[in-house]
Design a binder for this molecule. Structure first.
Ligand code: BG6
Length: 465
């Protein structure tokens, strides 16, 4: 359909609301948000920004800002409410309407099949830790291919296997709120296997179009360049990037991962001999990179694995990452950070793209998320988010430089289309190009960054080679 994709992205639980409408089943996030465990920012996605009912207004706004693609996810609980049983026609009808609306406004629908919300039934049976999910997920994926594959030509199996499982089983701030990397590796592995299985179903079914996987990837660097620091960088690259990228782009388990994980005495009994054939037949057509910042690391010194993050946006709580025998996270003082501690480092996009190109020469890469969370102020119906404009401008500039230097970049998506539920960070951390006035019937108000993006995309028309 379109050539270079300029769009923005959302995920079902973060924006749809309508948590009990039209036969939808309950998800892990519905359950968590209504439980006592949700105590950092105790809000829910019950209504979110009401995108379920207002998708046409939102898609129209995207089209009016020259965007030609919309990346969104499908709630598993709308399609197969209990995760394993019968299909809910009303759920299919809803996404048919969303897809048709995209096409009406000449926007390419880019669909993420799984963006973190799973049927509660599957979650209670172990979720990603239970190998049964590989079959259950590929059945869900196949249902989507069959229902929407006549119009959807760009698919994404899973969003951020690495970050999601890190939060669920490492930091413990997402359900099931576990702090045990042993369980994390198992869940992550099953996610990758499920993705590969879904890709293989896509190939065998002869569906048209391309299919990829999206992951959070980082340019990993160190402030000191001696041998110990280089070792820490190599370990962190495996930890954050290479287990995922090697599996989905090459169909291989990264060797350094196997060495490190054995040294750390993790249990690897979840890896079965037959899996390698699934990974080999599950190689993706493109890789979706969610790029927000770089990661600085230093050598591991002492103590057990410890992973904490800043979900309060208080501007001071420091993230702490110590992975026993692997690396520790480092920080450059006096760099610009948002109130949640994310370093603003636009060149990271360029470094990451060059790094991916070096490891996987010519492999197509889509920037599937890029953006910055901030406390935006609504002033006389305007949001002056210069910090976001600067962030996007510089990130895009570095991305285009990498593209000019030969990296095969095929699209760029701002996170996010409009403000939405930022998972455990609640609603105050805003990423949108469009402001949501939650106090005023979820009124949509385009931010200055929306107008900047619109003008920028205009300049790119005709630039396409
Ligand atoms: C990505 C996710 O990790 O980053 C999104 O795919 C998420 O769903 C986004 O919202 C920003 O992270 P957060 O935690 O600040 O909302």
């Amino acid at each position: 359909m379109n050539s270079f994709l300029w769009g923005s992205a959302t995920a079902a639980y973060q924006c749809e609301g309508a948590w009990q409408k039209d036969g939808k089943g309950l998800s892990n996030w519905d359950d968590f948000c209504h439980s006592d465990k949700n105590n950092v920012n105790p809000v829910t996605g019950d209504i979110a920004n009401d995108h379920y009912n207002r998708y046409e207004e939102d898609i129209k706004m995207m089209a009016e800002s020259n965007q030609n693609a919309y990346r969104f996810s499908i709630a598993w609980t709308r399609i197969i409410p209990d995760g394993i049983g019968s299909v809910n026609q009303k759920g299919i009808d809803h996404y048919n309407d969303v897809i048709d609306t995209c096409i009406k406004y000449n926007m390419e629908p880019v669909i993420t099949i799984y963006h973190w919300d799973m049927p509660i039934n599957i979650f209670k049976n172990g979720g990603w830790e239970n190998r049964e999910i590989v079959k259950q997920f590929s059945k869900f994926a196949q249902t989507c291919f069959n229902a929407f594959g006549d119009r959807v030509k760009t698919w994404i199996t899973i969003n951020e296997p690495s970050y999601d499982t890190m939060c669920c089983y490492g930091i413990g701030n997402y359900p099931p709120n576990v702090k045990d990397l042993n369980r994390r590796w198992k869940a992550l592995y099953h996610m990758m296997l499920a993705s590969a299985q879904a890709v293989s179903v896509f190939r065998e079914g002869g569906y048209e179009g391309k299919i990829g996987l999206v992951s959070d990837v980082y340019h990993v660097d160190s402030l000191i360049k001696d041998q110990d620091y280089q070792e820490a960088v190599a370990n962190a690259e495996v930890f954050y990037n290479l287990l995922v990228t090697d599996l989905c782009i090459k169909g291989l388990i990264n060797e350094r991962f196997l060495i490190k994980i054995k040294q750390s005495n993790y249990d690897l009994s979840f890896i079965k001999d037959e899996d390698i054939a699934i990974f080999e037949s599950g190689i993706v057509d493109f890789f979706g990179a969610n790029v927000y910042t770089r990661i600085l690391v230093k050598p591991y010194t002492k103590g057990p694995t410890k992973l904490t993050t800043n979900n309060t946006g208080d501007g001071k709580t420091k993230e702490n990452v110590v992975v026993e025998y692997w690396f520790e996270k480092d920080e450059e003082e006096n760099t610009i950070k948002n109130p949640w501690g994310m370093e603003v480092y636009p060149k990271g996009v360029f470094d990451l793209l060059k790094y991916m190109h070096m490891r996987y020469p010519g492999f197509p890469i889509m920037i599937t998320e890029n953006g910055i969370g901030y406390y935006d102020d609504l002033n006389e119906e305007k949001i002056k988010d210069d910090y976001r404009i600067d962030f996007l401008k510089e990130n895009i500039c570095w991305m285009l430089k990498a593209k000019d230097e030969g990296v095969n970049v095929i699209g760029y998506f701002v996170w996010s289309t409009m403000d939405l539920y930022s998972w455990i960070n609640g609603y105050k951390k805003r990423y949108g190009l469009v402001y949501i006035d939650y106090e005023n019937k979820n009124k949509r108000i385009p931010k200055e960054s929306y107008f900047w993006y619109k003008a920028f995309i205009e300049t790119q028309k005709g630039e396409e080679k």
